[in-house]
Design a protein around this ligand. Structure first.
Ligand code: HEC
Length: 145
């Protein structure tokens, strides 16, 4: 009995691990319309094309579009203090938008942007920005002397 339980538990873990390794093709999702894969718990699946439409449209309430501040593709912020969104992890974008929406992350500008977003819109927006070419700098090109 106990052994069977253990075996089932191990099997479940193995299956979970296999599922996690199956990451969406980030960076190659430029073909709009393809639904991007997400592991955000409880979030609907994001649609890149819908996200692009939303990101480039003036929102009701604020009269602004995401790209008005974060720049084309979320890759060219209008102010150096505004973050680049292009190529960030989809899960991170979705999670942080949820946090702005419910006030766990506070920023005057972003609170009003996220306030009325639905889970589906958050999923679509994060699928879109995550699919854009990565413009973030990391240490991979750093010269070590
Ligand atoms: C008025 C300018 C403005 C607009 C419009 C705007 N943002 Fe932002 N956004 C900001 C600023 C400034 C920050 C940094 C805030 C902070 O420090 O928490 C930010 C932060 C973010 C972050 C967190 C990034 C990170 O690296 O942690 C995400 C995600 C984001 N915005 C998505 C969006 C989306 C999606 C939209 C459209 C619905 C949008 N933003 C519209 C100014 C804007």
């Amino acid at each position: 009995m106990t052994n069977t339980r253990l075996l089932l538990g191990a099997l479940a873990i193995a299956l979970l691990a296999a599922g996690c390794g199956n990451k969406a093709e980030e960076g190659h999702a430029a073909d709009a319309g393809h639904a991007a894969q997400s592991s955000s718990a409880g979030m609907p699946e994001g649609n890149i094309a819908a996200g692009e439409k939303l990101a480039t449209s003036k929102m009701e309430g604020t009269g602004q579009a995401c790209i008005d501040c974060h720049g084309k593709d979320g890759a060219a912020p209008v102010d150096p203090s505004y973050p680049v969104l292009a190529g960030q992890y989809q899960d991170y974008i979705a999670y942080t938008l949820q946090m702005y929406r419910d006030g766990r992350r506070q920023n005057v500008l972003m609170a009003s942007q996220a306030k009325n977003l639905t889970d589906q819109q958050i999923a679509d927006l994060s699928a879109y920005f995550a699919s854009r070419e990565r413009k973030l700098k990391d240490l991979s090109e750093a010269v070590v002397n």
